[in-house]
Design a protein around this ligand. Structure first.
Ligand code: DOR
Ligand code: ZN
Length: 348
């Protein structure tokens, strides 16, 4: 018999972009309405959150919009080639940030994704920072995609596993690592099997679409994000790890709002998919399709929360079978699967 409702602890978004200013005012309510206890806030603003002062000020701007909500904005540091290990540790010890986000850029200063141009160009040069992070157990949240121009777009993740991730794990066996928005089945095998304190976040959209979705019916920017969705075999492999209840995988939406004007331009379409308004329902639908609703709670609300200094919530939320029509837009931002019907509804 199929369940008609699922009750699980309130969840936590392990990877979220809420931007700043007017855009933040527009998109933050979507996550609050989804009953998240908090989120790992991505630091890739136009002026990246790369110092203690900037992180504190950004957290204050977020808090000012919370209006009594208990939502915990967990700040992250945008790692650059310049910050020294002492500031990284100090920001962590003072409770300003809970983790460090690694974006990489190539020698021309081109990053692989939105807001990554200020990212690390010299990974080896950051090893003293990783050493300090290992000592203080500061999690490294990695955007693992090779940024060299000659790497095939669809292989960027697995190439980065070999070039960047493996040497880091070997050099810092005690460094906690989160592999962000994992998309490649080979990377999933690696994360599942390697003997290391490593976990991975997985987005709702990468569980649902493969690369065809970017091209079906003409080029479709609403399904374009980084890492780009991969071929079907990879999507299926990643999804199998997730819905079979492997505890190394947890929900991180990577919900990444862009105004429609920058998503729909022909040249230089921005990467990012906005899923916040229905993230819980999208994940629920995915687990239900795989007859795996018993694993939904751990994935959304439990797995590796302690890594971020969060506890499993003692409050619950309920998702019921029923028809939810995904809104087309929130402000000027197109919503993933806008207009489609989802057979689940978060009701309280
Ligand atoms: O698609 C993406 N959009 N991937 C990222 O890594 C960044 C994000 C954004 O900030 O828009
Ligand atoms: Zn992201």
């Amino acid at each position: 018999m199929k369940e008609n409702s699922v009750t699980i602890p309130r969840w936590f978004d392990r990877h979220l972009h809420i931007r700043d200013g007017e855009m933040m005012k527009t998109v933050l309510p979507s996550t609050l309405n989804q009953r998240a206890t908090g989120a790992i806030i991505m630091p890739n603003l136009a002026d990246p959150i790369s110092t203690i002062e900037k992180a504190k000020a950004y957290r204050d701007r977020i808090t000012a919009l919370l209006d009594g909500s208990d939502f915990v904005p967990c700040m992250t540091l945008y790692l650059t080639d310049h910050i020294d290990p002492e500031e990284v540790v100090r920001g962590f010890e003072e409770g300003v940030w809970r983790a460090v986000k690694l974006y990489m850029a190539n020698q021309k200063g081109h990053g692989g994704t939105t807001g990554s141009a200020h990212g690390v160009k010299n990974l080896l040069g950051r090893y003293p920072v990783f050493e300090a992070m290992e000592k203080h157990k500061i999690p490294l949240l990695g955007h693992f995609e090779a940024v060299e121009e000659d790497v095939d777009e669809f292989d960027r993740e697995i190439v980065s596993v070999d070039r960047d991730l493996k040497p880091i794990l070997k050099s810092f066996p005690g460094l906690p690592v989160v592999f962000e928005h994992l998309t490649d089945g080979r990377a999933a095998d690696f994360v599942a099997e390697v003997d290391h304190d490593i976990h991975a976040t997985v987005t709702a959209h990468h569980l649902m679409i493969n690369r065809n979705a970017m091209f079906w019916g003409g080029m479709n920017p609403s399904n374009y994000c980084k890492p780009v969705p991969k071929r079907e075999t990879h999507r299926a492999k990643v999804r199998q790890y997730v819905t079979s209840g492997n505890r190394r995988f947890g929900a991180g939406t990577d919900s990444a709002p862009h105004d429609e004007s920058v998503k729909s331009r022909c040249y230089g379409c921005a990467a990012g998919i906005f899923t916040s308004p229905t993230a819980v329902e999208l994940y629920t639908m995915t687990f239900d399709e795989d007859n795996a609703l018993e694993h939904l709670g751990p994935f959304l609300s439990e797995n590796f929360l302690a890594l971020y200094g969060m506890e499993v919530s003692s409050e619950t939320m309920m998702i019921e079978r029923g028809t939810l029509v995904v809104p087309q837009k929130v402000g000027g931002v197109q919503v993933f699967k806008g207009g489609a019907e989802i057979p689940w509804k978060l009701v309280g």
